[in-house]
Design a protein around this ligand. Structure first.
Ligand code: NAD
Length: 332
């Protein structure tokens, strides 16, 4: 089996080369993303392996089919960038890695929260330059605050349990609530308006769907506490970024920790330090002292990378062997 890997970086190459020792596939690592312009590079490959910002729309799938690609393997959990119906109609299987380390993502969300509430980036820069003053670094205890967890799947549950460890009160929203788990932990499910209204910290762990796109918008942010903190390690488009800029400018919310951004695909994973950023919303977000941005980094631990590589190549093996495709995603 020959697999074309799109949008790869040094850490992908290392983890997949290691995992492939036991599978022995022929792998080509491309540093460019999959799109209409680059789909032709899959000529001669039976499978393409993609990540969160590759474009796998109907046109890309049409080209891949022309090139005889049989399999689309996602080395991530989310699949909002894939036109599942087009893939299904083209007879292509789509496989993903449903879980690789939910701890990696939840722990990163906590790291961002603490960095924001305790001004760690500012403190780090100060002490690096010999400035040991404390003015402007006054933080906030998490203990006793209310944390809202929006989406209580694998990552959301760990997030809720971690935040509970700080002594926070935990409220939850999920259209498919697990009330048994929640009550065993002393957590409670609430409705959408309540989670926006009551949370001091509101963290998003749901998939991006038509229901959740821009769930954080002018209207929902207006109902939030003026010192509330948003955390988004889900998908960028859960938040209407222009509305977020507006809310931050007018002190309608207290801050935001963003590992994802709705227009991230042009910038994230790339070095733009010597270039002009033309996305005015991203550039504005970067200026706020109460906004912390990481570039879709939450998944990036050694444990997660090893699991991603093992499961991804295991998915290919299952396809080859004709065994049950437990990680297949199909259109609903
Ligand atoms: P999961 O499938 O285990 O859980 C998702 C939960 O969201 C489920 O409980 C589901 O019922 C709930 N949900 C569905 N629709 C909802 C809605 N309209 N409102 C609220 N909740 C809803 O997924 P997971 O492994 O916990 O991952 C969650 C999300 O995190 C993924 O969809 C992905 O977008 C994102 N993610 C980000 C990174 C990163 O590096 N930043 C890494 C992995 C996953």
């Amino acid at each position: 089996m020959k697999i074309a890997f799109y949008d790869t970086h040094s850490y992908d190459k290392e983890s997949f080369a290691k995992a492939n020792e036991k599978f022995g596939y022929t792998i080509d690592f491309f540093d460019f993303k999959l799109s209409e312009r680059t789909a032709g590079a899959a000529k001669g490959f039976q499978a393409v392996c993609v990540f969160v910002n590759d474009v796998v729309n109907a046109e890309v799938i049409r080209i891949l089919k022309e090139e005889n690609v049989k399999l689309i393997i996602l080395r991530c959990a989310g699949f909002n960038n894939v036109d599942l119906k087009a893939a299904y109609d083209a007879g292509m299987k789509v496989l993903r890695v449903p879980a690789y380390s939910p701890y990696a993502v939840a722990e990163h969300a906590v790291a961002m929260l603490l960095s924001l509430t305790r001004h760690i980036p500012q403190a780090y820069l100060r002490t690096k330059t010999g400035n040991f003053t404390l003015e402007g670094l006054t933080g906030r205890d998490l203990h006793g605050l209310t944390a809202g967890v929006f989406g209580t799947g694998k990552i959301g549950r760990i997030m809720a349990e971690l935040l509970s460890g700080f002594g926070m009160d935990i409220i939850l929203y999920d259209p498919y609530p697990d009330t048994k788990w929640a009550s065993s932990k002393g957590f409670r499910y609430v409705d959408v308006p309540s989670i926006f209204r009551e949370s001091d910290v509101l963290s998003f762990h749901c998939p991006l769907t038509e229901q959740t796109r821009h769930i954080v918008n002018h209207d929902t942010m207006k109902t939030m506490k003026s010192d509330a903190i948003l955390i988004n390690t889900g998908r960028g488009a859960l938040i209407d970024s222009k509305a977020l800029v507006h809310a931050l400018k007018h002190n309608h919310i207290g801050g935001a920790a963003l590992d994802v951004y709705e227009e991230e695909s042009k910038y994230f994973f790339n070095d733009w330090s010597a270039n002009v950023i033309t996305d005015d919303v991203l550039a504005r977000l970067m200026t706020f002292p109460n906004v912390l941005i990481t570039s879709h980094q939450a998944f990036l631990t050694n444990n997660a990378l090893a699991n991603i590589a093992d499961v991804t190549l295991g998915n290919v093996k299952a396809f080859e062997n004709g065994t049950e495709l437990v990680n297949e995603v199909k259109p609903v």
